[in-house]
Design a protein around this ligand. Structure first.
Ligand code: FEO
Ligand code: CA
Ligand code: CA
Ligand code: CA
Length: 574
């Protein structure tokens, strides 16, 4: 029935927990601990964190800020070692730097430190055995990927095109850095995919770029990174902005591997990408473009992989393939008809553009323009999209879209403050070009008549809003983490279990909540061992927060005067 199963069966839901609670709240019978947090050493020669002596060089070896996607990959066969990989999406300067006044007053060194706090981390973790807590250990696998120091290979059809060449990279094949890495996915061959999401807000003098970038909302936010690295000034390097907004692939098992940006998967505000192998061996990735009115995509690889590919062995399967965008249809009134049909409309096929008037390279670099041209369905901020490995159904979190004025297929609510979850059933398998869809949950407070929990009465469900990440446990259970419950329901952001089949379909049970100001990200749920890991992103991010006027002390280690975003693990007590 896909109710909580295995070690999670019968857990006692928490809450609802108020938004101002500064704690991680887990079910009775569970304990939580911190594994790693901002500033902790990642690389072997990393210095200890010193709040008052932050430098770009130190930060580039330490755990970055605002961890989002999280995955844990086995290392060896003992079950005692693993590689933890996390994204670092963005920075909160007002609670990072003592003496912060405003963004204009930041020193160049602080700006470059923030740049180094973006990216990804690979951290070796060890434990005594299954059921014991993971702890981080600096090791030869420890690696920081940053916005400032790491070289990426651009792959696929748009690599080398005029649209991505710059004065520092006249070949258009090597990009320095990755930006705003939000959600992600782990491939069947043990590499990690990471979405470059809100890349549009890192550049200066943005009035000059290609007008096809207008739909990306490229805006001058005054971060001033150009003061330390002039490629962030678009009058000097107009194509630099075209080198961000991609899906990144990193092989964490090889500390010297060159991470890649895959142009065949399109350029937009990538929330993330999740990969699975279709019956014929092709790899399919589902992807969301997180902006109100943007779209849901899927990539189908040209080449095939083995059914059980070797872990940590790089391949080039994501470098070539077809890119599709979703078009949803509904027969009845979209405000009350919560299921319908859909099709995957090709943007590229067989290495050719399928969009009249656009070249292949243009479709891949200006994918939003291409999607609009073929009539893709505008969605309510498509975030994480993932396929349930047990049932084969695909789930997408539409987080919210207060800007929606007209309801549409799959997007039933105007001014959608609370978001909803979309379930997609492919006609045959991941490579199909038609599907049916349904909405198992239209989120909000259950007493709100505009919510829908698959017909369950309000008394049987718990509030949920602003779904962001989706994940599955080994029993096929759906887990949904939220970003926005404090603002929409005045409740702490949470990780929820959502039943998807049987008489409990639509039933929401809250498993944990995160501290004041934080969102819950990157759930890794082990329903066999009884372990749940999440990232606690932006603790203490509330209006008016400063280091002096602090609302969160997460992770409560008593040594540092600021909250530190980090990774926690909840373990079932034995
Ligand atoms: Fe970075 Fe769409 O959340
Ligand atoms: Ca997200
Ligand atoms: Ca996910
Ligand atoms: Ca988020």
């Amino acid at each position: 029935a896909l109710a909580p199963a295995g070690a999670l069966a019968g857990f006692a839901p928490v809450g609802p927990v108020a938004a101002d609670v500064d704690d991680v709240v887990v079910p009775d019978g569970w304990d939580w601990h911190s594994i790693i947090a901002w500033g902790d050493p990642v690389e072997r020669d990393a210095p200890a964190f010193d709040l008052d002596a932050q430098t770009p060089e130190a930060q580039a070896k330490q755990f970055g800020y605002n961890c989002d996607y999280l995955t844990v990959l086995p290392l060896g066969g003992s079950g005692k070692r693993a590689l933890l990989v996390a994204n670092h999406e963005y920075t909160n300067e007002n609670i990072m730097y003592p003496g912060y006044v405003d963004d204009e007053s930041l020193t160049v060194e602080q700006r470059m430190t923030s740049m180094a706090a973006h990216g990804m981390s690979v951290v070796e973790v060890r434990r005594d055995g299954p059921g014991s807590p993971w702890r981080a250990v600096p090791s030869r696998y420890g690696r920081r990927i940053t916005a400032s120091t790491t070289e990426f290979a651009l792959t696929g059809p748009a690599a080398g095109s005029d649209l991505v060449r710059t004065s520092r990279d006249p070949e258009g094949t090597t990009v320095v850095g990755t930006l705003n890495n939000c959600a992600g996915g782990t491939t069947p061959w043990g590499t990690v995919l990471s979405g470059e999401e809100n890349f549009q807000g890192y550049f200066r003098n943005t009035a000059t770029p290609d007008e096809r970038n207008a739909v990306y909302g490229i805006s001058d936010t005054g971060r001033g990174w150009d003061l330390g690295d002039e490629r962030f000034d678009l009058t000097k390097e107009p194509n630099e902005v075209n080198r961000f907004g991609w899906i990144v692939e990193l092989n964490p098992y090889d500390p010297f591997s060159t991470p890649r940006k895959h142009t065949a998967m399109g350029r937009f505000r990538h929330e993330g990408a999740t990969a699975s192998v279709a019956p014929d061996g092709r790899v399919v990735c589902y992807m969301g473009d997180d902006t109100g009115g943007q779209h849901m995509y899927k990539f189908v690889s040209r080449d095939r992989v083995a059914r059980n590919p070797r872990q940590g062995r790089d391949n080039d399967v994501l470098e070539h393939g077809d890119l599709y965008v979703a078009r949803f249809a509904v027969e009845g009134d979209p405000t009350s008809d919560y299921d319908g049909t859909g099709e995957w409309v090709p943007l590229t096929r067989g290495g050719r553009s399928m969009v009249p008037g656009m070249t292949l390279e243009e479709v891949l670099v200006f994918t939003r323009v291409a999607a609009a041209a073929v009539g893709a369905t505008p969605m309510d901020r498509p975030e994480d999209v993932e396929r349930n490995p047990v049932t084969g159904k695909v789930y997408m979190a539409c987080t919210n879209n207060s800007g929606r004025r007209e309801p549409g297929a799959g997007n039933p609510r105007v001014r959608n403050r609370y978001g909803h979850i979309v379930e997609i059933t492919e006609a045959e398998d991941q490579t199909s070009t038609t599907f049916t869809w349904a909405l198992p949950v239209v989120c909000g407070d259950p007493s709100d008549p505009s919510t829908y929990f698959s017909g369950l009465p309000a008394s049987e469900v718990m509030p949920i809003a602003c779904p962001d990440n989706v994940a599955f446990d080994a029993h096929g259970g759906l887990w949904v983490s939220t970003d926005g419950q404090p603002g929409s329901l005045d409740l702490a952001d949470a990780l929820h279990h959502v039943a998807t089949d049987g008489p409990e379909r639509g039933k929401v049970r809250t498993f944990l909540t995160v501290p004041v100001g934080a969102e819950t990200c990157g759930p890794v749920v082990d329903s066999v061992e009884g372990s749940v890991m999440v990232c606690v992103q932006h603790p203490g991010e509330v209006d008016g927060a400063s280091i002096e006027n602090q609302v969160s002390r997460f992770p409560y280690d008593g040594e540092v005067r600021v909250p530190r975003p980090g990774v926690v693990q909840a373990i079932k007590r034995r």
